[in-house]
Design a protein around this ligand. Structure first.
Ligand code: UDP
Ligand code: GLC
Ligand code: MN
Length: 335
């Protein structure tokens, strides 16, 4: 476990991962909190699907690794409205109210990146959160301040059973449960810079130019997560997974720099391998310029899927399988 010296023991930043690929997000998020000099505990909830190898990596950054059972809203109709069938699993987030060893916590989605110290969030009360850009009278549930409590957890479950979630994920349920957020207390409205949903750069770019330097937390909402981009360490450039560049490039770069400089070396040291080339190969099958020679056309449908960013994270492209592949290559080389 990471050292917990000089830490406030009863307050924690909390995140959640239900698989290895979101864990890359959590490694970068946790590192970014440490680099911003937090004095709070770092806790992560993991479901059984997260591999041992990945949990070991997480122990280098997180003080508490709490296994939880996956909860699923199984609300296909509402999730379809959101066009994100995978988000039912985000109900698992509700387990954070059971972390009663802490008095107060800040939940952060695993797709967040901290740019500046945000320990002042612990001065806020439950439930504090920032507006959702899609409907600003709702809060976005990627960043929120809460008080762990078994009673609140049970209340949330009852609300889920009785009223369900209007978006099929945790955000719809939490906005139903904490339904006075929009009107009751302005102190519970976090400034947008604590949850800058990065797609906003396209809806209000001048504001981004003016206030960009105040941003404390970037939240990469949507399907184009930073780990789905390709990163070219030698030039520091990127290519987007779906051909488009949905998120502001500078923040995706900041995510990748944290991964490359701060997280990757520990994976390499721990596993005794050199990932720079190998990691590059995983993400760099197609060069940014598209110049011939650097990308090899392939008939392999699985490789084509990977090149399009459509990884089968839980199956053939799982962290364990990738690790196995790296081992095989290294063993072959040393023969
Ligand atoms: N999450 C997870 N596994 C999944 C989907 C989501 O662990 O398969 C967790 C993770 O912490 C993630 C959060 O639930 O950040 C919310 O999902 P996501 O960030 O994808 O939603 P968005 O912010 O894009 O709406
Ligand atoms: C959102 C939030 C995310 C939440 C999801 C499902 O857009 O960003 O944190 O898990 O909706 O409700
Ligand atoms: Mn998110």
């Amino acid at each position: 476990m990471a050292s917990s010296m000089n830490k406030v023991e009863d307050e924690a930043f909390v995140t959640l991962v239900t698989n290895d690929v979101y864990s890359y997000g959590a490694l970068v998020l946790g590192q970014s909190l440490r680099d911003a000099g937090t004095t709070r505990q770092l806790a992560i909830m993991v479901t059984p699907q997260v591999t041992q190898a990945m949990r070991r990596q997480l122990t280098f950054i997180y003080d508490v690794i709490q296994q939880v059972d996956p909860l699923d809203s199984q609300d296909a109709a509402h999730l379809a409205l959101l066009t994100r069938p995978e988000l039912g699993i985000t109900f698992t987030k509700l387990h954070c109210w059971r972390l009663t060893q802490f008095k107060k916590c800040v939940f952060l989605d695993a797709d967040c990146l901290v740019l500046q110290n945000v320990d002042d969030l612990f001065e806020r009360e439950e439930l504090s959160a920032a507006p959702d850009v899609g409907w600003p009278d709702c809060f976005n549930s990627g960043v929120f301040v809460f008080r762990p409590s078994e009673e609140t957890y049970q209340g949330l479950l009852q609300c889920a059973v009785g009223q369900g979630s209007f978006d099929g994920g945790d955000q719809g349920l939490l906005n139903t449960f904490f339904n006075t957020w929009a009107t009751a207390d302005i102190k519970r409205h976090l400034p947008f810079v604590y949850n800058m949903t990065s797609a906003v750069s396209y809806s209000y770019r001048p504001a981004l130019e003016k206030f960009g330097r105040d941003i404390k937390i970037v939240h990469f909402i949507g399907t184009s997560k930073p780990w789905r981009y390709s990163y070219y360490p030698e030039t520091g450039t990127l290519t987007a997974p779906d051909g488009g560049n949905y998120h502001a490039e500078r923040y995706i770069k900041a995510w990748w720099e944290t991964f490359y400089k701060r997280v990757r070396p520990r994976i390499e040291e721990e596993q005794g391998i050199d990932l720079s080339g190998k990691f590059g190969k995983l993400h760099l099958e197609v060069s940014p310029s598209g110049s011939p020679g650097e990308s090899s056309p392939t008939e392999d449908p699985q490789l084509q899927q990977w090149e399009k960013g459509q990884m089968d994270y839980l199956g053939k492209d799982s962290y364990q399988n990738i690790e196995k592949h790296i081992d095989t290559v290294l063993n072959d080389k040393s023969k």
